[in-house]
Design a protein around this ligand. Sequence first.
Ligand code: FNR
Length: 189
Amino acid sequence: TSYNVGYIIGSLAKDSINRKLAKALVKLAPEKLKMHEIGFSGLPLYSYDYDAAYPAVATDFKAAIKGSDAILIVTPEYNRSIPGGLKNAIDWASRPYGTNAFANKPTAVIGTSPGAIGTAVSQQSLRSVLSFLQAPQMNAPEAYIQFKPGLVDDDGNVSASDTEQFLRDYMEAFHQFMARVLTVLPRDA
Ligand code: FNR
């Protein structure tokens, strides 16, 4: 079985180190994971005033999540929490009430930072949000990647072989996790 996996990069920065990490993860993913990016840069700031008539950019964003078998979130840590743009995107995906796109969706979180704790606090915050949204999460392995200059290049090549192997193992674990979850929870149509 192949799996259609959407990945969301929590940073909007042109030179995002999390984008580099995501490229590495795409390269190192098992062949059966068909990876595609789900962007959120076009979303306005959410308010429930939009619930009566979601803009196309938001219905498309939700449809991309719903249409994926699993979602990988690759995110930086901003001020010890989830970047605002990513939180906004998740809020869009969660509404209108009763149409939460993350419900029953297998997820995994990972991130990188120049700091020694490698986005650990941001990931914990994101895990709380995904819990509330009823998204099954891969609990382990966790992945807190400290980004040293040159660790991953713009094409997603990883310079440290131990990190490369760790990331490969992480994606294999995510593959097994989604396979397990999808045996008990139906895929979205
Ligand atoms: C940061 N940075 C940061 N790093 C960290 O480890 N913990 C933190 O709480 C923060 N806070 C923070 C706030 C804001 C507003 C910015 C812009 C940056 C540093 C951050 O890890 C660094 O800029 C990374 O390059 C961000 O990842 P992307 O956006 O390059 O993928």
